[in-house]
Design a protein around this ligand. Sequence first.
Ligand code: HEC
Ligand code: HEC
Ligand code: HEC
Ligand code: HEC
Ligand code: HEC
Length: 184
Amino acid sequence: MIRNFLEWLKQPMGRIAVLIAALSFLSLVAFGIFYTQQSPEQPIQFTHQRHIGFGIQCLYCHPGALRGPSPGLPTQTKCWGCHQQMQITNTSPKLAVLVNYVKNNKPIEWVPVSQVPDFVHFTHRPHVAAGLNCEECHGDMSVVEIAENPQVMNMGWCLNCHRERAGDDQEKLIKLTDCGTCHY
Ligand code: HEC
Ligand code: HEC
Ligand code: HEC
Ligand code: HEC
Ligand code: HEC
């Protein structure tokens, strides 16, 4: 049976079949990689680069990073606070979308990109309290046009930093690497 199959593989048709199988597998993999690396389609083409470049603080738009369980994504009220007074709001097609949301009083449904699965317990508060900067985990957002999934927020990433931060403090090391600290 196996020998027959090997014989068949040596035939031109067999080789072509193998080639096709290999190519379709590769293109599936390539598609998968492309698909997960892409920025999601956001309701508004919001750019971090322009806003941060203008000097707006992260916490102005993501105040929950200090206070709540999650940083939160801004509502149109926050955007409108600035944009209703700006000339560009009446002329930019990108901002026409925002005007529409405000007019119809419809919430903007941002698509989250950096996320950990539900079975992981992550809150910003202890991290920000320990003096970590946003950049240490999110990279330099001031160069980001449309936010992408950085694809690094896995368990090894969390544990590496926790081990590093614990240093020689055994008690801290145990707490920060205990399964129950991040999983319920
Ligand atoms: C603190 C003020 C402020 C807030 C809040 C703010 N923006 Fe802006 N926005 C700006 C400034 C300043 C510019 C740059 C204007 C320019 O280049 O002339 C800008 C530019 C933009 C542009 C680019 C327009 C174009 O055609 O290039 C978009 C889109 C935009 N903002 C969307 C938003 C959205 C959505 C929100 C809410 C999440 C928001 N902004 C919140 C000040 C603000
Ligand atoms: C003017 C408002 C504004 C400012 C200032 C701002 N952001 Fe954002 N941020 C947004 C909006 C709107 C989104 C959702 C759309 C998107 O993902 O691009 C977002 C998304 C994000 C995301 C991706 C969240 C997700 O869903 O995965 C990260 C990370 C982030 N911001 C970090 C930062 C950091 C760090 C700073 C400061 C250096 C900052 N932001 C400053 C408005 C802002
Ligand atoms: C120790 C690493 C770390 C630091 C420091 C950090 N973040 Fe995050 N951030 C994360 C992780 C992990 C997630 C995904 C959380 C989830 O899925 O619940 C996230 C999610 C977000 C989101 C997505 C929106 C939401 O509410 O879930 C925003 C916005 C954000 N962070 C902004 C910030 C800002 C602003 C700062 C600085 C004040 C900051 N982060 C500091 C790791 C970090
Ligand atoms: C860049 C470094 C860094 C990364 C990345 C990081 N952490 Fe942390 N984490 C810390 C520091 C520092 C503390 C505070 C330790 C202390 O109490 O002094 C902390 C504390 C915590 C705590 C609170 C522990 C407690 O009970 O006091 C939890 C939960 C936690 N991290 C979960 C996570 C998860 C989940 C991830 C990955 C998604 C993650 N962390 C990624 C540095 C990091
Ligand atoms: C510092 C935080 C942290 C600690 C401590 C931690 N984990 Fe995780 N774990 C994560 C994150 C984040 C994910 C989700 C991302 C991923 O799959 O890597 C995860 C995913 C997992 C998964 C699912 C893997 C998968 O492929 O879907 C298992 C199982 C798991 N952890 C078991 C454990 C066990 C057992 C321990 C204790 C030895 C532990 N974790 C300690 C953060 C942590």
